[in-house]
Design a protein around this ligand. Structure first.
Ligand SMILES: O=C(CO)[C@H](O)[C@H](O)COP(=O)(O)O
Length: 212
């Protein structure tokens, strides 16, 4: 299983600093939605130039104008771009068209989708590379939130999936056991006093879980 670091920070300078510390331990570097809204597409270019060997993930969470929004993110240097699963099929198909033109990929974020397993099948049929079983920051803070449903939905979907929703060293083993392609960790890394150590600990937890 791969490890993705979601950088929910607000400036390119902060993102470059975080990415520089975590890069040795992660496979995918994500520019979070607030970062792209705050710093603009140039942040994607800066991260790709600093880390050309990493998969750069632009979390646009596109809801409309799929082809146009995906195209500008790929042109800026993204390897993977997100579209929302609650968007219409034509939006997702448009984003997939842009990905094909650039030789890159679309990830469909299933945040807010009631039946994630069913929608996952539909969007992969539309050409998405994989789906993200995602509980966002607000949902994580809601009373009664449980992370386990994301894993069950991933397993039930039968398609390639990542998982995001407050993953920590305590839970990343269960994500791996669910068959996820990628575990996405944001606050567990960027909020840590020692960012490199936090990323390294998640990487070690993946290895330990694989050999258990
Ligand atoms: O996309 C996001 C919020 O919409 C986050 O980047 C994602 O949830 C990962 O961060 P965390 O591990 O803190 O949940």
């Amino acid at each position: 299983m791969q490890l993705q670091f979601a950088m929910d920070t607000l400036t390119t300078e902060a993102a470059l600093d975080l990415a520089g510390k975590a890069a040795p331990y992660v496979d995918v570097i994500e520019l979070g939605t607030p970062l792209i809204k705050s710093a603009g597409l140039s942040a994607i270019t800066a991260i790709k130039e600093a880390h050309p060997d990493k998969v750069v993930f632009a979390d646009l969470k596109t809801m409309d104008a799929g082809e146009l929004e995906a195209d500008i993110a790929f042109s800026a240097g993204a390897d993977l771009v997100t579209v929302l699963g609650v968007a219409g099929d034509s939006t997702i198909a448009g984003a997939v068209k842009a990905a094909e033109a650039h030789g890159k990929g679309i990830v469909v974020d299933l945040i807010g989708v009631p039946d994630k397993a069913a929608r996952a099948k539909e969007v992969v049929a539309l050409g998405a590379e994989f789906v993200e079983m995602h509980a966002g920051l607000d949902e994580q803070a809601e009373e009664g939130f449980t992370f386990e449903t994301l894993l069950r939905d991933g397993e039930a979907s039968g398609v390639p999936f990542s998982v995001a929703g407050g993953i920590t060293t305590d839970t990343i083993g269960s994500v791996q056991a669910s068959g996820a392609r990628i575990a996405v960790a944001g606050s567990a890394i960027y909020s840590a006093d020692d960012v490199a150590a936090a990323a390294s600990a998640l990487r070690d937890a993946i290895s330990e879980s694989a050999s258990a």
